[in-house]
Design a protein around this ligand. Structure first.
Ligand code: E4P
Length: 217
């Protein structure tokens, strides 16, 4: 399973990238706003740092303008995935941009039917939003499982990019279900290393080591 980092914070991406944890990056208008950076400038910097796909989102609402914005974003670097919303216009833009050879990430997916349409329109990635479904008492993980089943039923090659991840359990469950990619904030990826029994075991080892009076260095 591939790990994308869901942020436009360059330092956080660099730290994870140095550890080999970054197969790609996703951004959105809210994350660009939080970074305080210019979209073209920060996307170029991230795309130069990371080997895999870097999603940059269009902000137009009509297909023609989405396509123009997508072409401009795609020119930033070869590894840009143009992100379009899962609207009818977004699907039109997806078809044109993917036919032109661009990677397209169709975002804001909340149903299997939406995921089917994105696959038919040639999406490289479909981004179902787990956390935002959980927020309204629906089951985000069930959507990931349903899309996996339906894509496998028909051999769609669109990659399932589990998004809006809020917890380490979302990552483990996405892996169990067979999502192709997860995108998560840096703090959630780092939290995957934590376990209370690891902390407890280490504390015991350190206390016992102290008693030996030995040193390694
Ligand atoms: C995905 O590409 C989105 O940027 C992101 O996962 C949205 O997450 P949120 O629902 O926590 O804002």
């Amino acid at each position: 399973m591939k790990f994308f980092v869901d942020t436009a914070e360059v330092d956080a991406i660099a730290e994870l990238n140095d550890l080999g944890m970054v197969d790609g990056v996703t951004t959105n208008p809210s994350l660009i706003m939080k970074s305080g950076r210019d979209i073209l400038e920060v996307t170029k910097e991230i795309a130069a740092m990371v080997d895999g796909p870097v999603s940059a989102e269009v902000v137009a609402l009509e297909a023609d303008q989405m396509i123009e914005e997508g072409r401009k974003l795609a020119k930033i670097a070869e590894n840009i995935a143009v992100k379009v919303p899962l609207t009818w216009d977004g699907l039109k833009a997806c078809k044109v941009l993917s036919d032109e050879g661009n990677m397209v990430n169709v975002t804001l997916c909340f149903s299997v039917n939406q995921a089917l349409l994105a696959a038919k329109a040639g999406a490289t990635f479909i981004s179902p939003f787990i956390g935002r479904l959980d927020d309204i008492n629906l089951d985000g993980m069930e959507l990931i499982a349903d899309i996996r089943t339906v894509y496998d039923n028909f051999g769609f090659e669109t990659q399932i990019l589990a998004a809006s991840i809020r917890s380490v359990n979302h990552i483990a469950d996405s892996a169990r279900i067979g999502a192709d990619v997860i995108t998560a904030p840096p703090n959630v990826i780092k939290a995957m290393a934590s376990h209370p029994l690891t902390d407890k075991g280490l504390a015991t080892f350190m206390a016992d080591w102290e008693k030996t009076g030995q040193k390694i260095l």
